[in-house]
Design a protein around this ligand. Sequence first.
Ligand SMILES: *Cc1c(COP(=O)(O)O)cnc(C)c1O
Length: 389
Amino acid sequence: MSLLNKNYLKLKSGYLFPEIQRRAQLFADNHSNISLLNLGIGDITEPLAPTVAKAICEATQEMQNKARGYGPSSGYNFLKEKICQNDFASLPINPDEIFISDGTKCDIAAMQELFTTNNQVAICDPVYPVYVDSNIMAGRGKKICYLPCTEKNNFLPQIPSQACSLIYLCSPNNPTGTAFSKKELQKWVEYAQAKSAIIFFDAAYEAFITDPDLPHSIYEIKGADSVAIEFRSFSKTAGFTGLRCSYYVVPKKIKVEGTVLHSLWTRRVDTKFGGVSYPIQRGAETIYSPAGRQEIKQTITSYMNRTFFFKKELQKLGYTVFGGQNAPYLWVKTSPTYSSWQFFDHLLTKGIVSTPGEGFGPSGNGFIRFSCFAPLTVLQEAVLRLKTT
Ligand SMILES: *Cc1c(COP(=O)(O)O)cnc(C)c1O
């Protein structure tokens, strides 16, 4: 008889977005006269940068002329070197510490495999649901220590009183849009050093930071290269959600119980991962070319300008709005009488799809997230609909 991994039965039923999709579809089926304005899912809406598209096509044609088989499991050196020179210039990171992959979602969900189920896990609340769910699947459901991020602490997690050995940080944060200052991040690096803990640092929205004083990488903090694994994705940075390419850094300095984590993880990648396709890595490479860089920057600026616009309009309408400065997400307080799902349903009566805050964790109740990955016209229409009660 096959035996089930019963940890999976402990997951909350349905991942957040299918439930939103279900309710939105129900509304659409009953209101064919009202168009849905999707400010719910955090997915890009602008087309792929032409320079990237061209490089992918050319790399594919190259394969038509000359066979190219399996690539290195952890990615091609041409891309690792570009990443290192550009994203970690003057930081203590080498190309062979970089792993190219097909998405931060799977990278950060998988990394916990190297650790036993006895590790106490610290996870921000609210946050990207993948950290919690992947730890529940692995059998650490009872080992999760939630770090509430609330209005009172400016949505920044406080150091836990209990010892945690795996720490998930996301900056800028999805969903609150809040980002760590160097000083705040330093506290976590020091905590990790003191407790021999490992930090999983999700910097998927690094490119959206507009505040010049904020750190873009955890390795800007001295000593972080012996305690932190940083995850980055081309998904939001360069519109790769449908192409799939990400990378992460496992510094060789990190040791767990005397074992170099980099070696262990390399062994894992060589066994379980076949690498990212050559054309996609060639496409990612051009993000670092002058033309690619400019195209991508323009798109990000445009997303952020829309975010600033929508935030200002919401504030004019009397909403209390957080975030939206270093990430294209707005974290909006629901009116006191509404839970976040109730406020979600209320917005849906206007055809506006948001994301209920509690979908990201219990402290998200009382908030909804607006994603400004949307055309300006959609955001403008949302403002008009919000004005009519
Ligand atoms: C969108 C997002 C990612 C990106 O995941 P990919 O698998 O690379 O597309 C990672 N972390 C957070 C917090 C995100 O919101």
